[in-house]
Design a protein around this ligand. Structure first.
Ligand SMILES: Cc1cc2nc3c(=O)[nH]c(=O)nc-3n(C[C@H](O)[C@H](O)[C@H](O)COP(=O)(O)OP(=O)(O)OC[C@H]3O[C@@H](n4cnc5c(N)ncnc54)[C@H](O)[C@@H]3O)c2cc1C
Length: 421
């Protein structure tokens, strides 16, 4: 079904572009090439655009982050990712969001929508698309196959009006990762269009998921959150941020990021992030004289119910005084506060994960243009690629950066076409 048809050609179009997927990468790309003489067709299998985008940041959309380097991303080919990070659009990403009309404020390092309303923002983007010339949005239109034929791309489109085929000079696959709202996905279906056109796919895994804890000792603390550190005991990589306790285990920003980098089930939590272990021990020893209570000291760092849990591990007396804590109990207290170990199990269902780790390998695209090295005039944008960011605005940023890089490459072609004409 063609939802909006604005094919009022103001200028002669030099190429017909099919963009597959109206998530942030497809939407942003369509907007960033507005004004260039392309006939743009944006295809979305759902009835509405940006369904996943509406859920981001708990409905407030984290769009980018002040801390932004290759270290916050993972890929099977970290060297090629480093090459992509040389693009000026990595540093100038805020300029892309400004061009797209986003207004935001900073909450610590994260840029959050000024309206704090992701749904409303998607509606705004849709209204912008509707005003665009030479543009048509096809919702309820799933691309089921892609073939190269006589130098063009033939896309097979399944829509509410039935099945049809159409030809395009340029195709951009912006169809996201394994979790697609309203769809039961398999690796074969999600990456089919790319593999139809000769591409391969790396291993894929659900990333940014909650973790369950085996024999969860914190089950009664569901809903409590604290700023702490999670460490993987195998690779020793740590993430410090907010940890939310859930009935089954842990969630929240630190956990989501941690789930993307952990390599084993052996996890350590440090409950105190405000001060170092050494400083805590020093302060504790100074309070040994007098009648200072442990409860009061711990309250400075962790929520009340967790304080009770820590005290319970060493004493039956909730009012225990620091002076009454012997060497052995002190050792247990420090171990629990700074090095508590447990076994975590990651949700393995893609629908429980915010992103997919893996995708189209970076050695199959040109890192300066995101054009396929296998099939000319084919491009990839966003999460379909083997680039996975941490939680906190990295993945939407990558969608925007990849869209911008492709838009610049396409506009350059247009300029070249003008010069040769
Ligand atoms: C709950 C949740 C919260 C998140 N919060 C944040 C956040 O705050 N900040 C952040 O940076 N990231 C966040 N993310 C991750 C971010 O949403 C994704 O990384 C991002 O949406 C990827 O954009 P994309 O356009 O590449 O893919 P998608 O958003 O997945 O869009 C792809 C689109 O393509 C369509 N499609 C797929 N196949 C076809 C086909 N064959 N034909 C037609 N259409 C097709 C899909 O229906 C979909 O609409 C969050 C994710 C989730 C699930």
């Amino acid at each position: 079904m063609i939802y909006h048809l604005n094919l009022i050609m103001q200028t002669t179009c030099i190429a017909k572009i099919g963009i597959i997927g109206a998530g942030p990468s497809g939407i942003f790309l369509s907007l960033l090439i507005a004004g260039a003489p392309f006939e743009i067709h944006l295809f979305e299998q759902n009835g509405k655009i940006g369904e996943k985008l509406k859920l981001t940041g708990g409905g407030r959309m984290n769009i980018t982050n002040k801390v932004f380097s290759v270290d916050e991303f993972s890929s099977e080919n970290q060297n090629l990712l480093k090459k992509i990070f040389k693009s000026p659009w990595i540093q100038n990403r805020e300029q892309i969001f400004e061009e797209l009309g986003f207004k935001y404020f900073w909450e610590k390092n994260r840029a959050i929508l000024e309206s704090e309303n992701a749904k409303e923002e998607v509606e705004k983007l849709k209204r912008k698309l509707e005003k665009q010339q030479n543009f048509s949005l096809h919702v309820n239109s799933r691309i089921v196959s892609a073939k190269q034929e006589n130098g063009n791309y033939k896309l097979e489109i399944q829509s509410s009006d039935g099945a049809k085929e159409d030809f395009f000079d340029i195709v951009v696959i912006a169809s996201g990762g394994m979790f697609q709202i309203g769809m039961n996905t398999s690796k074969n279906t999600v990456y089919k269009l790319a593999t139809d056109l000769g591409h391969t796919v790396t291993n894929t895994n659900p990333s940014l998921s909650s973790l369950s804890i085996k024999n969860n000792p914190f089950a009664n603390f569901a809903g409590i959150s604290l700023h702490g550190t999670l460490t993987d005991l195998a690779n020793k990589i740590s993430i410090t941020d907010d940890i939310l306790f859930t009935h089954n285990g842990i969630s929240g920003p630190a956990t989501l990021d941690f789930s993307g980098i952990r390599v084993s089930n052996q996890t350590q939590i440090c409950f105190i992030s405000k001060i170092s272990e050494e400083k805590f021990i020093k302060d504790f020893q100074q309070l040994r004289t007098g009648s200072h209570g442990l409860q009061k000291l711990l309250h400075n760092f962790i929520p009340k119910r967790l304080v009770e849990w820590h005290i319970k591990q060493i004493s039956t007396n909730p009012e225990i005084k620091i002076a009454d804590i012997n060497k052995e109990k002190f050792k247990i207290l420090i171990k629990n506060l700074f090095h508590y170990q447990f076994e975590t199990i990651k949700e393995t269902r893609y629908e429980c994960a915010w992103t997919t780790r893996g995708g189209i390998p970076l050695n199959e695209i040109n890192s300066a243009t995101f054009e396929s090295k296998i099939s000319p005039n084919l491009y990839f944008a966003g999460e379909i690629l083997d680039v996975n960011g941490l939680c906190g605005g990295y993945n939407i940023s990558f969608a925007a950066i990849s869209a911008k890089i492709i838009s610049e490459a396409l506009k350059k072609r247009w300029l070249n076409a003008k010069i040769t004409a």
